[in-house]
Each structure stands twice: as structure tokens, then as C-alpha cells.
Design a binder for this molecule. Structure first.
Ligand SMILES: NC(=O)c1ccc[n+]([C@@H]2O[C@H](COP(=O)([O-])OP(=O)(O)OC[C@H]3O[C@@H](n4cnc5c(N)ncnc54)[C@H](O)[C@@H]3O)[C@@H](O)[C@H]2O)c1
Length: 247
């Protein structure tokens, strides 16, 4: 069945792969990203291959911009039925060097941004008695990560918030699950390696039982299942995509 889907952070990396996969599943996909050009490229690539996608530039930490973006999707595609939140920022700062501004920015984008998008989508899902919410969290939110106290805190918050949404809306036909990846090959990861903030791939893979990095498509495939009709009894779950690195 064809549904209306919103993917935040859809302009790059995991969000790009998730947007493409949901479009290939037959859904109408709104690609939301603060980088409007990137969102446009992803939406154009989907439409060029026969899918249905539109791009919306939005900063997910801006309450009014999020409401306007979801209203634009609703106008174009009808009520929102699927939401995948992939938009986030990530970086490395030793805990005692994290400034309050930096801390607040991580909270605003990663945690408040996820909250604002879920809230903006819920009214349609409640009215339609059907909804699928998938948050992309992180293994850092499950077990911490060196020099990522701010990032880890936001991702732990995303995991707890997702479980709560699952409980609150379980009787309304809505599921909420979270996918915490470990290291997935993406522009975010490569930039961190280039900046010397993450070890080289050979070193990273030593910590992964699978012996390799993940790819965006492997996260997208799990999101696709969690957004499907058949996943209606999977709710409030933390579905790691991590090559066995977090058990
Ligand atoms: N790549 C990994 O190894 C990895 C591991 C664990 C978790 N994650 C999570 O997966 C998700 C995607 O990461 P990625 O690796 O694809 O990163 P990425 O940087 O390639 O993509 C993130 C996207 O989010 C967008 N974005 C950033 N701030 C935004 C804002 N304020 N409003 C709207 N859009 C915004 C960026 O423009 C970008 O297009 C993130 O939530 C990240 O925390 C990634």
C-alpha cells in the first residue's frame, strides 16, 4: 500500500538511503533536510527513477519551520503516515570542554528536532488510526562513545522518547521503534575520519564482529520493514544495525 512518508535528514547518508528505499516500496516520500540543495538532489534522483518524492528545506530544531514543512507535505501528499527521523549532528569534544552553546545545539537538533517532527506527524497518524515512526538513534545512546557526551545524551534521549511514544500511541494503530546504528559508511563518518576524530576504517572494523562497516542500505532495509503493514506488532523496540558490535 502506498503511504505518505517523511524522512528527515533525507539529503545525505542514511536518510538518503532510507528515502530511496521507501520510494522503491511505493511510498510518496518527502525528503526533509536543512541542506535544501541536497534534499532536492535526492528527491530528483527518486523521481528520475520513477518514484514519487519532493524536497523540503527545513531546520528540524525550528518549531515553526517544522510545522510549516509538515503542512507543505500534507498539502502535496495528504496526511503523514510514516516518519523516519535521521537528521542529526555529530562530533567529538572531551566532556570538560563541551560548552553550554555546543551542548544546547546538540539537544536542539538531535533531541528537540526529533520531538518536534514526531509531534508534527502524530495528529495525522491518530486521525488515520495508522502510523509508523522510526527514529535513527545510535549505539552511542546505548553504551556511550568516547568524547561524545553531548551526542550520546541526545541519542539516549531519542531511545527513551521513542519507547514512550510507543506506549502512548500503541492503541491508536501507531508504532514507534528506534534503530541505533554503530558505524555505517556515510558522509558524516568519512568527514569525522578526515578530521582525525574517528579512527581509520581498518581500526574501526576491529570492534565489529562482522569485520566491516555497515552501509546505508542495511539501515534502510530495516526501516522499510518497520514502516510496513507487516510490522504492526513490533512496537517500542530498539533494533540495532551494528554487525554484532552491540548485543
Ligand atoms: N553514520 C554512522 O555511522 C551513524 C552511526 C550511528 C548513528 N548515526 C545516525 O544516523 C543518522 C544519519 O547520519 P548520517 O551518517 O547519514 O549523517 P549525514 O551527515 O550524512 O546526514 C545527516 C543529514 O542531516 C541533516 N541535518 C543536520 N542538521 C539538520 C537540521 N538541523 N535540520 C534538518 N536536517 C539536518 C544534514 O544536512 C544531513 O543531510 C543520524 O541521526 C546519526 O546520528 C549514524
Amino acid at each position: 500500500m502506498s503511504r505518505t512518508a517523511v524522512v528527515t535528514g533525507g539529503g545525505s547518508g542514511l536518510g538518503q538511503a532510507i528515502s530511496a528505499h521507501l520510494a522503491a516500496d511505493g511510498h510518496r516520500v518527502a525528503v526533509l533536510d536543512v541542506n535544501a540543495d541536497a534534499a532536492n538532489i535526492v528527491a530528483s534522483a527518486i523521481t528520475a527513477t520513477g518514484g514519487d518524492a519532493l524536497a523540503v528545506g527545513v531546520d528540524v530544531s525550528d518549531e515553526h519551520a517544522v510545522e510549516a514543512a509538515f503542512a507543505a507535505v500534507r498539502d502535496a501528499y495528504g496526511p503523514i503516515e510514516i516518519l523516519v527521523t535521521s537528521a542529526a549532528i555529530a562530533g567529538f569534544t572531551r566532556f570538560d570542554k563541551i560548552t553550554l552553546d555546543e551542548w544546547n545545539r546538540y539537544l536542539a537538533v538531535n533531541l528537540t528536532g526529533t520531538f518536534l517532527c514526531i509531534r508534527a506527524a502524530l495528529s495525522d497518524m491518530v486521525a488515520g488510526k495508522w502510523g509508523r515512526i522510526v527514529t535513527i538513534s545510535s549505539a552511542a545512546g546505548q553504551q556511550g562513545a568516547p568524547a561524545q557526551g553531548h551526542y550520546s545524551a541526545t541519542k539516549g534521549g531519542v531511545i527513551a522518547m521513542t519507547k514512550t511514544v510507543a506506549l502512548d500511541y500503541a492503541r491508536k494503530g501507531i508504532t514507534a521503534n528506534t534503530v541505533p546504528p554503530f558505524v555505517i559508511d556515510s558522509p558524516m563518518l568519512r568527514q569525522q575520519q578526515e578530521e582525525g576524530k574517528l579512527p581509520a576504517t581498518e581500526l574501526l572494523t576491529r570492534a565489529i564482529p562482522a569485520g566491516r562497516l555497515g552501509v546505508g542500505e542495511e539501515v534502510a532495509a530495516v526501516c522499510s520493514f518497520l514502516c510496513s503493514e507487516g510490522a504492526g506488532y513490533v512496537n517500542g523496540q530498539v533494533i540495532g544495525v551494528n554487525g554484532g558490535a552491540v548485543l
